[in-house]
Design a protein around this ligand. Structure first.
Ligand SMILES: C[S@@+](CC[C@H](N)C(=O)[O-])C[C@H]1O[C@@H](n2cnc3c(N)ncnc32)[C@H](O)[C@@H]1O
Length: 431
């Protein structure tokens, strides 16, 4: 397909998305099935353009003074793909498969500077109803923090120390030019590709098949390390899902002690079995029973309880940009109720002197600090351990400031740490 044909396809997919209100991945898949002539490079480029439009939907629309699919694609080619307005003008020439030529209003939109007077949610590309939450956490930096959540993310890898080391993986993946991550001791980063260039499919590499590495954001790796889980401990990953944290914890525990993996939704656990096998993790017991059968025997016995809580995922909007525009206040309230429930369930499992680590991949205060405050009120036998000391005992690199300025809990963000948005609080049960 020509670049102009790909732009037409992206407009088509965005139009479908808007009309049918469904996930971008589904709309892209359907488009691919209906256009079998499109090669994998075409699909990747169309997908990248659609996702770039969604990441910056509010600011692209404001610049164009039009938030329709065609306007978003036009401006994304300039703002996100770095094309000049003239080259976009030349692309949209109305020839076969190309979009219609530009109007004068569209030409003006391609060069319009974004006014600093626009509301922070427009400049920062987040939903308007979250203006208060963003201002509450980030103050004057709300737009800048939002903007950093609205660009492409790198591919981060965690070297599985049960089977490999950084040098071995660096060599195996040399063609992707990975670099060591700034903070996570076993992390590697592959920088995001620009424009239509394809994101490397690391999971198709032999090194992944051999269990040498996992795809895991650096923030997630740091959060797992900050649980402090180590050899010979009794640890439960209470919201294990597909096992991203479980695998990191098993490696930190050097395959010793006992790591329990539990999830209220058994279906979510399904991929964990293959992943554990591939990674060579042998100290993990997946708890498939319900709360009574699975968790009751562990009451008050755990050195570490890890709660990677269900959340809105606002910290991962770089990777799932359509999710940010689909999020509603009702969904946020439902996640907050889930978080309080899982925190209460986790509290009962911690042994005296043991620790509960509360993690979200969200930047919203209702899911983070407010949950911790509510927990401490309901469970006066727990105290909050300031994050800096926890970081220093688990991560070798110097601790950067929390994105919200807190000395008690850690908020990582793309802008402040180059990671996805992650929140970590350490709660210790008094002996
Ligand atoms: C953020 S995801 C976990 C991701 C996973 N830890 C990883 O690193 O790949 C949150 C998980 O919590 C689970 N969950 C929600 N409520 C729960 C509860 N009350 N008890 C245990 N798990 C729960 C969800 O099913 C979901 O799989």
């Amino acid at each position: 397909m020509t670049p102009a044909g790909r732009a037409s396809a992206a407009i088509e997919v965005l139009t479908d998305l808007e009309a049918r209100k469904r996930p971008a991945s589904e709309a892209l898949k359907d488009w691919g099935s209906a256009h079998r002539f499109a090669g994998s490079g075409d699909r990747a480029a169309i997908g990248s353009l659609v996702f770039d439009c969604l990441r910056q939907r509010a600011s692209l629309g404001a610049a164009m003074e039009d938030d329709g699919p065609r306007a978003l694609v036009l401006r994304a080619l300039v703002s996100a793909w770095g094309m000049s307005p003239d080259s976009v003008d030349a692309l949209f020439d109305g020839s076969r498969f190309a979009p219609e030529p530009l109007t004068n209003a569209e030409r003006a939109g391609l060069s319009r500077a974004l006014s600093p007077e626009l509301p922070a949610w427009v400049r920062g590309d987040y939903p308007d109803w979250l203006e208060g939450s963003f201002a509450g956490v980030f103050g004057e930096d709300a737009a800048a923090e939002g903007a950093a959540l609205s660009v492409r993310a790198p591919v981060d890898l965690r070297v599985n120390t049960l089977k490999a080391n950084r040098d071995k993986v660096l060599k195996a993946l040399a063609r992707f030019t990975p670099q060591p991550t700034t903070y996570a001791p076993q992390g590697l980063r592959i920088a995001p590709r620009q424009g239509s260039a394809r994101t490397p499919h690391v999971e198709a590499d032999a090194a992944h098949g051999k269990g040498w590495l996992e795809v895991q954001d650096e923030g997630s790796q740091i959060a797992a390390a900050m649980t402090g889980a180590g050899p010979r401990e009794q640890v439960i990953d209470l919201c294990a899902g597909a096992g991203g944290k479980t695998l990191a914890l098993a490696a930190a525990m050097e395959n010793t002690g006992q790591l329990y993996a539990y999830d209220a939704n058994r279906l979510r656990l399904r991929p964990i079995f293959d992943r554990l096998r591939r990674a060579g993790a042998r100290n993990v017991q997946v708890l498939e029973g319900g709360v009574e059968a699975g968790l009751a025997p562990l009451k008050g016995r755990m050195d570490r309880v890890v709660i990677d809580a269900p959340c809105t995922g606002s910290g991962t909007w770089r990777r799932r940009p359509d999710a940010k525009w689909r999020l509603t206040p009702e969904m946020l309230s439902a996640r907050m109720a889930d978080q309080a429930a899982v925190l209460d369930a986790g509290a009962g499992l911690v042994k005296p002197g043991g620790r509960l680590t509360y993690i979200t991949c969200s930047v919203l205060p209702g899911e983070n600090r407010e949950q911790v405050d509510g927990f401490l009120e309901r469970h006066p036998d727990f105290v909050l351990k300031p994050w800096r000391a926890v970081w220093e005992s688990s991560i070798q690199a110097d601790a950067p400031a929390s994105a919200d300025g807190s000395d008690e809990t850690l908020l990582m963000t793309p802008r402040s740490h180059g990671t996805d948005g992650f929140f970590v609080a350490t709660l210790e049960r008094q002996a």
